[in-house]
Ligand binder design. Structure first.
Ligand code: SPV
Ligand code: MG
Length: 435
């Protein structure tokens, strides 16, 4: 009887390396492809371009493939114990690096029933990074980019978002990555937040809706030119209802995934001032009407409008926030809410979420934990957060570093003393890759 050969793959971009390994597998027996789910792929790299069902169909057409099964996590263990294949086949490139833990688990699992690991030489000349680079043009088209936030909400336990305020900070959001060897996964930012506070501050202006939409669109364009990740726009109050409907269409056309609008009126002040400045909340029904007009104006299913609740910022309490949340969702048709708070202990967020989750189990909720920053992402997700935004941390860390450099040069009448904490010119020149 033929042996069974298990090969796990994500194969979002199919290349000759995949074909080679399937061919090798077919020489050894009947090939079972353990095809990674979209969720599993999203945990270790970007979201797949092709959904699971499409990738499955492609493999099912291959003559060297006997069957395709779902592998819904990076770990092979569950499938191996269930299917007990005689052989697991893999390229020999996983002996070192973050995949080595997964390899060890495969070896240990195979040992429990006498299975065998066969490793074949990795197909050189195939660079996934290069293929990924080539696919960037597709990934950054408005159609593809726009739908990514909804997909992330489906696939990820929470969506991690970082502030991007220009091309350079956009590149940081795009490329920052930390490998977690223990789980064999890679951590990246999923999405970018175009903050009104940071966009204004980088321009030397106050955060009072003075930087107009045309200027904000320039920022978005700058970021889009060099990135592929989805964008959430901080839409301030959303402006006049009549303008909001137009602006939603513009954003949608550009490929922005979502806008968050806050329920304030009059001269908008940044929320982190709290009640030390006048924070005037809009009439809840008027604000719901604004959201409704935006929802009616949009032409795709992808685009999302989040209603940002400022009750806690304005000192109006949880009951007011709950009352407004219901109106914005039920009358306005908002796709989700953002609950904002500047309390350090996070107690009011926890209390609000208890009540909100009892009312709406699945509505996406956004947190901006600038003040209550001791919570980990896991803890925030546990409370009920779906999107976690680090709203201003690149700006806030860059400014003191730049100021210190400027002052040190003044003090020393030369730049030698700051050289150690500056990027070398060589690094600067290599920082921005040619497209
Ligand atoms: C922003 O980043 O501009 C925000 C979030 O609106 S906050 O500054 O916390 O109000
Ligand atoms: Mg803002």
């Amino acid at each position: 009887m033929s042996k069974t050969v298990y090969i796990a793959m994500s194969a979002d971009i199919l290349h000759n390396g995949h074909i080679n390994i399937i061919r090798e597998g077919a020489k050894l027996g009947n090939v079972i492809i353990g095809l990674l789910s979209d969720e599993a792929i999203a945990t270790y790299k970007r979201m797949p371009i092709l959904p699971y069902e499409t990738r499955k169909m492609i493999f099912e057409q291959m003559k060297d493939v006997s069957s395709v099964v779902l592998q819904d996590e990076l770990s092979y263990k569950k499938n191996l114990l269930e299917l007990k294949p005689d052989i697991v086949l893999h390229g020999d490139d996983w002996k070192t690096g973050i995949q080595s833990m997964i390899r060890q688990e495969v070896i240990d699992t195979l040992a429990t029933y006498g299975g065998e690991l066969v490793e074949v030489p990795y197909t050189h000349g195939v660079s996934c990074d290069e293929l990924d680079q080539k696919s960037r043009a597709i990934l950054s088209t408005p159609e593809v980019r726009r739908g990514k936030l909804r997909a992330l909400l489906r696939y990820k336990p929470w969506v991690r978002v970082m502030e991007a305020s220009n091309g350079l900070t956009g590149l940081i959001c795009e490329h920052a990555r930390v490998e977690d060897e223990a789980s064999g996964t890679v951590r990246e930012y999923d999405c970018m937040w175009v903050s009104s506070l940071c966009d204004s501050t980088f321009k030397g202006k106050p955060d009072i809706e003075l930087v107009d939409l045309t200027s904000r669109l320039n920022t978005i364009n700058e970021i889009m030119e060099v990135t592929t990740k989805p964008i959430i726009l901080d839409g301030d109050t959303g402006g006049k209802v009549e303008h909001f409907a137009y602006n939603v269409r513009t954003l949608e056309r550009l490929g922005v995934s979502a806008i968050i609008v806050e329920d304030k009126t009059g001269l908008k002040q940044n929320s982190l001032f709290g009640t030390s400045v006048e924070q005037v909340l809009d009439d809840p029904h008027a604000f719901a009407h604004k959201i409704r007009c935006g929802k009616q104006a949009q032409t795709t299913r992808d685009f999302m409008i989040f209603a940002r609740l400022e009750s806690l910022i304005a000192g109006k309490g949880i009951d007011d926030a709950m009352m407004r949340a219901k109106i914005y969702l039920e009358e306005g048709g908002a796709d989700g809410i953002m609950i904002h708070s500047k309390e350090k202990d996070g107690a009011e967020i926890i209390e609000f979420m208890k009540q909100f989750r009892a009312y709406a189990k699945d509505v996406p909720v956004i947190f901006v934990p600038t003040s209550y920053n001791h919570f980990t992402e896991e803890e925030l997700a546990e409370i009920g957060g779906n999107i976690i935004i680090y709203a201003n941390h690149l700006l806030r860390s860059a400014y003191p570093a730049m100021l210190e450099t400027a002052n040190t040069i003044l003090r020393c009448s030369r730049s030698k003393e700051v050289d150690d904490r500056c990027l070398s010119i060589k690094e600067v020149l290599r920082l921005i890759p040619k497209q």
